[in-house]
Design a protein around this ligand. Structure first.
Ligand SMILES: Nc1ncnc2c1ncn2[C@@H]1O[C@H](COP(=O)(O)OP(=O)(O)OP(=O)(O)O)[C@@H](O)[C@H]1O
Length: 250
């Protein structure tokens, strides 16, 4: 479904992502791991349109998307979350989800300006749908609270659900459990399974090895921008190069 071929990005003399090939299979959880500075977030940025790769291609549903703008990539069905949570802090939780739904809404600047009955009906329907999304992640009680008032784990979930609300086919999660407590992490595992059941494919960068090894169907390992290994978690855990590079030889 999503395929990267030879993706390369350079910052001056540094090749942050170096000819990386990756296949993200439909309805699976693919993990991208590697030591700090390996190029994981930069790779995400190439897929989500923040950067245009210097070389290589990214193909989604049979179409080249490398070099497209982030909003075009989002419209195509790829949504992402950020390492540093990126919400509209002064908007309520439900409004944040509605913003996520915006690409799928029909209203335009002019119809919004005049608040036609059709716009009001669409807004009502969008609010109801957004509320359903909040329920999906157990955040409905915060619907009318500003995003900044949610507990930290809740903010992470809100960011994910805002992505889902755009009818994403692929969700790119950048360190989704960073900062979550043990209970939130345990629940997160179940949530990812529920997301998969909705037909959404997941690609995630995560440092929490227990989570990654337990939940991912397939893993790619980056080191200094290059692909070091790929395989199912069992293979990766035993891979001598990965143990050397990432697990510090333990
Ligand atoms: N905009 C930029 N300009 C210059 N160098 C950059 C830029 N973004 C990232 N880098 C460099 O590219 C390399 C890869 O960084 P990146 O953030 O992608 O790694 P990462 O694997 O996501 O790390 P972490 O696990 O710490 O988040 C690093 O050496 C980083 O300093």
């Amino acid at each position: 479904m999503l395929e990267a071929k030879g993706v390369t990005i350079r910052f001056g003399g540094l090749t942050a992502v170096d000819h990386v090939d990756m296949v993200v299979r439909d309805h699976k959880i693919t993990g991208l791991i590697g030591p700090n500075g390996a190029g994981k977030t930069t790779f995400f940025n190439c897929i989500s349109g923040v950067y245009k790769p210097n070389e290589g291609s990214v193909i989604f549903d049979g179409k080249h998307i490398e070099g497209k703008k982030p909003y075009q990539i989002c419209d195509a069905g790829i949504s992402r979350t950020y390492q540093v949570i990126n919400l509209f802090w002064n908007m309520t939780a439900i409004e944040n989800v509605m913003v996520g739904m915006h690409p799928r809404l029909k209203s335009t600047f002019l119809t919004d300006l005049f608040k036609t009955p059709a716009v009001r009906a669409e807004e009502r329907a969008a609010r109801e749908k957004a509320y359903e999304w909040l329920k999906f992640v157990g955040l409905e009680k915060y619907a009318n609270e500003p995003a900044g008032a949610l507990p930290y784990g809740g903010q992470r979930l809100l960011e994910i659900v805002r992505g889902l609300a755009s009818d994403a086919k692929i969700l790119l999660l950048d360190e989704p459990v960073a900062g979550m407590n043990t209970k939130e992490k345990a629940e997160f595992d179940g949530l990812l399974q529920e997301i998969l059941k909705k037909g959404v494919t997941i690609l995630m960068v995560e440092h929490d090895m227990e989570l990654v090894m337990g939940i991912c169907d397939y893993l790619y390992v980056l080191e200094y921008g290059k692909l070091l290994a790929e395989g199912v978690p069992d293979e990766i855990q035993k891979h001598p190069e990965v143990i050397r590079a990432y697990l510090g030889g333990e």
